[in-house]
Design a protein around this ligand. Sequence first.
Ligand code: ADP
Ligand code: MG
Length: 245
Amino acid sequence: MAVDPLIELRDVNKYYGELHVLRDINLTVGKGEVVVVIGPSGSGKSTLCRAINRLETIHSGEIQLDGQSLPEEGKALAKLRAEVGMVFQSFNLFAHKTVLQNISLAQTKVRKRRKDEADKRSRQLLDRVGLASQADKYPAQLSGGQQQRVAIARALAMEPKALLFDEPTSALDPEMINEVLEVMRQLAKDGMTMVVVTHEMGFARSAANRVVFMADGRIVEDRAPEEFFTNPNSERAKDFLSKIL
Ligand code: ADP
Ligand code: MG
């Protein structure tokens, strides 16, 4: 199936000093696609996400969003960051602001929305992530799962073209993982383009169009979930799967 590419990485390389952390990465994420990235700790998954959002520079290669090369700095970079939302393992909410303020802030600052418009949209998004009644609480008054859903609502408030998730459920108690994955499944159904680093293999099987397996800074496999899980090609993937499944 040919899909319109939204995120494209071509021959991307990155080093931390001597460490070659991204090696000849070629990856295309089509509009509306959900790509799950898995792999051992230290394989470069977070660096890949951060490079897509220009939180990290790359040494060679090219990254495009919707046909445009990523800007390095200035206003264009701020716009890019608004267009590619990122959700981290640690929810990174502002502790001294309410849930509603957390979601409205960037809308008024970056998207230049009026406060009442921003708040209206924030409330709609809170409803979408099942937290309509929590608008006036502070992050510390919420569970981890609720905080992560607020972080997702905050990313959505920018109306991003794509969302990157870097282990969004790794810091959560087990009983809270599903409420976050459920919100992500719904986003996927609604057509959001998503790159998701996760160890939740159930999510990968049920929601991903493709699984990208990384090891030592390389993409070792890039395949449909069913094929990957039932019949991994590489020894690295077989070994990895035998440890986590
Ligand atoms: P993953 O998310 O797959 O666990 P990372 O992308 O976080 O992997 O890290 C890939 C490699 O790069 C690891 O060896 C890690 O120690 C190293 N690394 C990550 N960030 C930095 C940094 N800021 N400076 C130096 N090395 C780093
Ligand atoms: Mg990581």
